[in-house]
Design a binder for this molecule. Structure first.
Ligand code: NAD
Ligand code: MG
Length: 337
């Protein structure tokens, strides 16, 4: 899989990247550095307008960026995409051009019904934008999954692969999927394991230790700080490498106590979460919450930000200023989405 300009099917294409957040910035910079023609579409003087200019990219209003483009990558937050599509994309995208998403949410749940005369494709990196960029800069790539929903040009697959290549995914691995599988697995992963599951596990562990009278600082190091060691081992070598690097005592505790904490009830509730995703309940609730001005979202987020683990953690992390520059994990653009 090559990323050279000459062999990329998008070598002669104009690519419009709409949005310059976690994914948008990484995609735009990687595509440009792969020798492709990129423009960024943003609200004039919006929060990331100046950053895109400072990065040396051409920036224009979304409608203008869409007009000349052969491929339009929709990388704004999911909840603003339907309005952006109606107002700026649908009236302006060229027949035969490709509309690309990094998450299938709006197409799969019918919030966007793309015009019949365009390709509709998906390239979803399995990692946050900051990693998509930093891996690319190191000559590596983040694995991507890709899908074609609508192929009017007969070249939709080639364009999709060209885009995945251009952002560096081809250096790792690209796997074919469809919009349904990408959407449902992505939502499940972030809810049950990555964001929701992991943070609740950490909070419950912290509270258990503090309520038993242990020092909050020690509880913080134990259940949040040290989690990085374990996750890095998973990332590099799965359960096998983690088990090689922890003591026999830790392994025995893992085998006997892990399943007491994460028991069959947890898996049954994971299946409930998956069912709500599959039948559209989650998408309906999230869309309604967004339209109502995010009242519950804001309340729940505030509760997380004010949790004692955050008070203790902020104090302890201030003693280790190097954490902020250590890895892409600490950059403000890091998000799992
Ligand atoms: P983000 O919130 O980090 O960035 C949003 C960008 O869109 C910002 O530049 C913002 O200024 C801009 N924007 C907001 N409203 C706009 C509008 N009306 N017109 C033009 N620009 C507007 O978003 P993100 O997390 O990068 O997510 C983008 C897409 O990528 C989503 O579909 C998401 O599901 C998907 N995705 C994200 C991740 C991730 O790691 N964050 C991973 C895989 C897929
Ligand atoms: Mg997601």
């Amino acid at each position: 899989m090559s990323t050279s300009k000459t062999s990329n099917p998008l070598a002669k294409a104009r690519i419009a990247v709409l949005g310059y957040g976690s994914q948008g910035r990484a995609h735009a910079l990687n595509l440009r550095d792969s020798g492709l023609d990129v423009v960024v579409g943003l609200r004039p003087n919006g929060p990331t307008w100046h950053q895109a200019l400072a990065d040396g990219l051409r920036v224009m209003e979304p409608a203008e960026a869409v007009k000349g483009a052969d491929l339009v990558a929709v990388l704004t937050p999911d909840m603003v995409q339907p309005t952006l599509y109606k107002e700026s994309i649908e009236p302006n995208i060229k027949p035969g051009a490709a509309l690309l998403f990094a998450h299938g949410f709006n197409v799969h749940f019918g919030q966007i019904v793309p015009r019949a005369d365009i390709d509709v494709i998906l390239v979803a990196p399995k990692g946050p934008g900051a990693l998509v960029r930093s891996e690319y800069e190191r000559g590596r790539g983040v694995p991507c999954i890709w899908a074609v929903q609508q192929d009017v040009s007969g070249e939709a697959e080639a364009k999709t692969r060209g885009y995945a290549d251009g952002i560096g995914g081809g250096r790792a691995m690209i796997i074919k999927t469809d919009f349904k599988e990408e959407t449902e697995t992505d939502l499940f992963g972030e809810q049950a394991v990555l964001c929701g599951g992991a943070s609740e596990l950490v909070i419950a562990g912290f509270e258990t230790l503090v309520e038993a009278g242990y020092q909050p600082e020690i509880a913080y190091y134990e259940v949040m700080h040290e989690l990085k060691l374990i996750v890095d081992l998973f990332y590099e070598g799965g359960l096998t490498k983690m088990l090689q690097f922890v003591s026999e005592t830790a392994q025995y505790g893992d085998y006997v106590s892990g399943p007491r904490v994460i028991d069959a009830g947890v898996k049954a509730r994971m299946k409930d979460v998956l069912r709500d995703i599959q039948d559209g309940t989650f998408a309906r609730n999230w869309t309604a919450e967004y339209r109502a001005g995010l009242p519950n979202y804001k309340k729940l987020k505030q509760a997380d930000l004010e949790h004692p683990i955050e008070q203790v953690g902020a104090r302890l992390r201030a003693q280790m200023p190097w954490l902020h520059t250590a890895a892409p994990a600490a950059t403000p653009l890091k998000k799992v989405g």
